[in-house]
Each structure stands twice: as C-alpha cells, then as structure tokens.
Design a protein around this ligand. Structure first.
Ligand code: NAI
Length: 275
C-alpha cells in the first residue's frame, strides 16, 4: 500500500544482496512510496547476488562500491549527483565479520579480521556520511539511517566482534548527527532490528536459537524485514524531521523485557520434558 510518503525524494540504498536482505525490502518500499533510488553494493556482491534484477524491476541504477573504499564512494556520489543533484535519504545496511564467517570465537579473535569487521560494518558509516557532508550532497532535512542490533548494549555470547561494530555504528550516528544537524538539518539515526533470517543474520552461530529466544521474549513477536522496511520509510519521510542521534529499537518490545511467560514455559520444558 502506498501513501506517497517519499514522493519527489531521492536516495541511495546500500546493502541489497538478495530478496531476503532488509535493504532489498527497503528499496521496494521506497520505490512504492514514490522515491527515486540508486542501489549499491560491493563489487563481489554484484557478481554473486541478485541486485541487478532488483535494479531492473525498480528502474534503479546499480552502482558498485566497496563501502570501505573512498574512491568507490566518491564515484558512487558522482553518479548520484549527476542523476539527482542532491539526495534526501541514505540507508546503510552493511555488516560483515570474517571472524563470524570463519567461526573464530570472541576469546580467540584474529585482529586483522577484527579491523575489517569494524571497517566494513561501522567505519563505512562514517566514511559514507563524511563524503556526503564534505561534498554537501544532502538536501536540508534529509535522513540517514544505519541498521544495528541490541548486542551493542547487551552481551549476546555468539554475536562476536559484530557487537563492537554495532556499538561504534550507533556512536557514529550520535556524533555525526550533531554535526550534520548543525550544518544542514540532516538527521542521523540507527534502527536496532530484531534477528531476521538473511544472509548476514544466518551467519551468526546459533542464529535460529537467538531468533526463537527473541520471538518468545517479545510481546509483539520479532519484527520482520518487511516491517523494518516500513519503519525505515517512516524515518526517511517528513513525519520524523526532528528525530535524530537516536538508536531506535524495532524489536517487538524485546529490548524492554526481562523474562516473559513464554520464555519461562520454554525453560520449564527443558527442565521437566513432557514425555
Ligand atoms: P544481508 O547479508 O542481506 O546484507 C548485508 C550486506 O552487506 C550485503 O548486501 C553485503 O554485500 C553488504 N556488504 C558486505 N561487505 C560490504 C562492503 N565492503 N561494501 C559494501 N557492502 C558490503 O543481511 P541483512 O540482515 O539484510 O543485513 C543488513 C544490516 O542489518 C546489517 O548491518 C546487519 O548487521 C543489520 N542487522 C541484521 C539483523 C539480522 O538478524 N539479519 C539484525 C539486526 C541488524
């Protein structure tokens, strides 16, 4: 259902890999709401993923850019500037840890990979915003959103070095939110999303159990990727112009819960199995 919430707006969406990706759903919803978008992802993802199909479906240009590479980011913004002039919204939907991928546990991290996790999953947010800021490419009252996870605040034993990446990501939103707010009234926020079955999500060890735990611990249940897209669209719209420098939980209530009846029941079942 479209309400033309983004009519006339232009944006860049980082991180659509396949139709499970949160960024994929955001791109579809942004298009539905009247926005014009450019899609981008790392060159390797362009080769392996299905983003070209999405670009075709939405009539959106797909521009390769490794989010850790300043030349790539500048080339991407050259394309965006040529096509749109200034930009109204940007989604950073990027996460990757080689320690997670190669199953290194938190107490035995490879530090080169740790650097990479922080660079790809968090510093890229700063690089992206700084490049926009220096080139003055955002319209006034524009909106920048990054996607985060509650492991930034609390310990989730299997989330590994991505916990620090998310803590850094959220801090960058606060720090740059100040500077961009002063300069152009641009808002910068992170959305802290429920566990969601995607390529990045499923890479985390015991992801299915984490998903189930969060489901049982959330009064409204886990938020889906489609619901995350709806929330992100609202953050890009003019209805949230004074929301900035926030980490916004989009998790069915999980972040305010201690224990629920459903978790107690599941725990009871492990102690006294029925049959
Ligand atoms: P996804 O695997 O579909 O998306 C991750 C994207 O990051 C991919 O498109 C990948 O190509 C891109 N990427 C990796 N390295 C890159 C680089 N160097 N340059 C540019 N792009 C690069 O998975 P998902 O779940 O849609 O992830 C999107 C965001 O949502 C991530 O920040 C993730 O941490 C966050 N998130 C995911 C949750 C989940 O349970 N799936 C929960 C909370 C947050």
């Amino acid at each position: 259902m479209s309400n033309n919430l983004l009519q006339g707006k232009k944006g860049i969406i980082f991180g659509a890999l396949d139709d499970m990706s949160i960024a994929w759903k955001v791109a579809e919803r942004a298009h539905e709401e009247g926005a014009e978008i450019i899609l981008t992802n790392a060159p390797v993802a362009l080769r392996m993923g299905k983003i070209a199909d999405l670009g075709e479906k939405l009539g959106a240009e797909v521009v390769p850019a490794d989010a850790t590479n300043m030349d790539d980011l500048n080339a991407l913004l050259d394309r965006a500037e040529a096509q749109f002039g200034k930009i109204d919204f940007v989604l950073h939907s990027i996460g990757m840890s080689l320690n997670v991928r190669k199953k290194r546990v938190y107490t035995d991290l490879n530090y080169d990979w740790y650097h990479k996790s922080l660079d790809i999953s968090a510093l890229s947010f700063h690089r992206m915003i700084q490049t926009l800021y220096e080139r003055d490419l955002m319209n006034e009252w524009g909106s920048i959103v990054g996607l985060s996870y509650i492991a930034a605040q609390r310990t989730f034993s299997k989330y590994n070095d991505m916990a620090e990446a998310k803590a850094l990501l959220e801090s960058i939103a606060r720090s740059f939110g100040y500077h961009y707010g002063k300069k152009r009234q641009v808002r910068v926020n992170t959305i802290s999303q429920s566990p969601t079955p995607t390529t990045a999500g499923s890479g985390v060890k015991d992801f299915d159990q984490m998903l189930k735990f969060a489901e049982l611990g959330s009064p409204l249940g886990n938020a889906t990727a489609d619901e995350c897209a709806d929330y992100t669209i609202m953050m890009f719209s003019d209805y949230t112009r004074k929301v900035t420098m926030q980490n916004l939980f989009h998790d069915g209530g999980f972040s305010s819960m201690g224990i629920s009846e459903e978790l107690l029941d599941a725990f009871r079942e492990t102690q006294h199995p029925k049959s």
